[in-house]
Design a protein around this ligand. Structure first.
Ligand code: 5CA
Ligand code: ZN
Length: 414
């Protein structure tokens, strides 16, 4: 499907810094060693509601990865999906008496607008689950043929992945089996379902049900794909057998990314599927994770409608570290707005402290597991000094604007 429209990213002088990121599998910060091209897959929205600040924070995180890689002269192939067929989407459409296709199209269009406003560099490929169904069905067939999938004997037509085929299962999330069972039940799995070989076996193909959309699956029978196989197949098709970064929010650590990796590894015979599994913290409101099911959402579009500058929203979300679960509050937004005003004023100063030093410091902070609080503090200090008339580098304000634009995605000059 169509991605959104990007913008020019200024080239910065000198060489970018090599990026290190925390990998959930190794539980450590490790350097990324991108191949040619650098490859990243990020789990995108299920479009049954508008983009909220949690989605925005996660998309900004991976936008920063892309910006750091580009700055270090890597060509980046970035794939993001849209889960445009899934139970929650169908349930919402049914609740509101709406056509699920129209609902998904509308919310995806709004997401694109929000991403543009937040200056997120568009993915190279923006891919829907529905348009990928033939490819997914094909790979489910491969898993079945290899004995890594089985059909439930209850006549439902449902096909499950056999975890016995995945000998490394658990390496990505590092969870105990007890924890896995809890998360599987909470996050779209069905550990209680009778007839499965292992309660944790994930669904590969859901047989057609009355009143639900279904697609031809050839030997699979009519139905629709499971969730984890969707992301595994889209990533493998467009990025190859091994990717540099698999990304998403930390609600996807298990079962989603564990199962996607298991599917991909059985299909390719190569492990690990991703060199880094990178997870953004959850944005919450009033002490709870922001989520569609809880309904405690702050929409990016609502803030835009209230004429809040998207750059101030972006700065507010970057004021915390990407891995930290954190709360959205009025004070966080206010601080983002004030910072943006100060930076804009400083970018118009006649001179300031060394631009080269500022560039090295911002690169250094971001290279260290995307330390945005550190990077913002470095720019704050430069801005305070420039506004106080400290420093004689007359080129620095222009370079400062380019640094904010290229590395942080924040435009401070009109
Ligand atoms: N379509 C699936 C992924 S394949 C999905 O999780 N969709 S979603 O709409 O629920 O979330 C889209 C992305 O935003 C995912 O990467 C998810 O991990 C992330 N996300 C969801 N809620 C939050 C939140 N409160 N804070 C931060 N990130 C979030
Ligand atoms: Zn996904």
């Amino acid at each position: 499907m169509d991605s959104w429209t990007g913008h020019e990213v200024p080239r910065l002088p000198g060489t970018g810094a090599p990026l290190a990121l925390f990998d959930s599998a190794r539980q450590a910060v490790a350097p990324t060693r991108p191949g040619r091209p650098a490859t990243m897959y990020v789990c995108g929205i299920t479009p049954y509601d508008a983009t909220h600040l949690g989605h925005a924070a996660t998309m900004i995180t991976f936008d920063l990865v892309q910006r750091m890689w580009r700055d270090a002269d890597h060509q980046v192939e970035y794939v993001q999906n849209v889960t445009d067929i899934d139970d929650p989407l169908l349930e919402r459409a049914a609740r509101d008496g709406e056509d699920w296709v129209v609902l998904a199209m509308r919310e995806t269009a709004l997401f694109r607008e929000d991403m543009e406003a937040l200056r997120i560099i568009p993915p190279t490929h923006y891919v829907g689950a529905v348009e990928s169904i033939p490819a997914i069905a094909d790979q489910v067939r491969v898993l079945l043929d290899r004995g890594a999938g089985y059909r439930l004997a209850d006549g439902s037509g449902d096909i499950y992945f056999d975890l016995a085929a995945a000998d490394r299962f658990g390496y990505e999330s590092n969870l105990s089996r007890e924890q896995m069972l809890v998360f599987a039940a909470e996050r779209g799995g069905d550990p209680q379902r009778p007839g499965k070989r292992d309660p944790l076996d994930p669904l590969l193909w859901r047989g057609a049900r009355d009143g639900e959309p279904a697609w031809e699956g050839g030997p699979l029978g009519p139905g629709r794909p499971g969730w984890h196989i969707e992301c595994a197949v889209i990533a493998l098709r467009l990025l190859g057998d091994r990717i540099d970064v698999q990304g998403g929010g930390n609600d996807l650590v298990f079962p989603h990314h564990e199962c996607s990796a298991a599917h991909a590894e059985v299909l390719t015979g190569q492990a690990p599927f991703a060199a880094h599994y990178v997870h953004a913290g959850m944005i919450g409101l009033d002490g709870e994770k922001m989520s569609k099911s809880r309904g405690n959402l702050v929409f990016v579009s609502r803030l835009r409608g209230d004429r809040v500058a998207p750059m101030a929203v972006r700065l507010a979300l970057m004021s915390g570290h990407y891995r930290a679960d954190r709360q959205w509050t009025d004070d966080v937004l206010k601080a983002g707005q004030q910072r943006w005003q100060r930076w804009r004023a400083a970018a118009c100063a006649a001179a300031g402290p060394s631009g080269a030093d500022l560039l090295a410091a911002v690169r250094g902070r971001l290279a260290d597991d995307l330390d945005t609080p550190g990077a913002l503090a470095v720019v704050d200090e430069w801005a305070d000094e420039a506004l106080a008339g400290v420093g004689a580098d007359a080129q620095a304000p222009v370079l400062m604007a380019d640094i904010c634009d290229a590395l942080l995605g924040v435009r401070v000059r009109d």
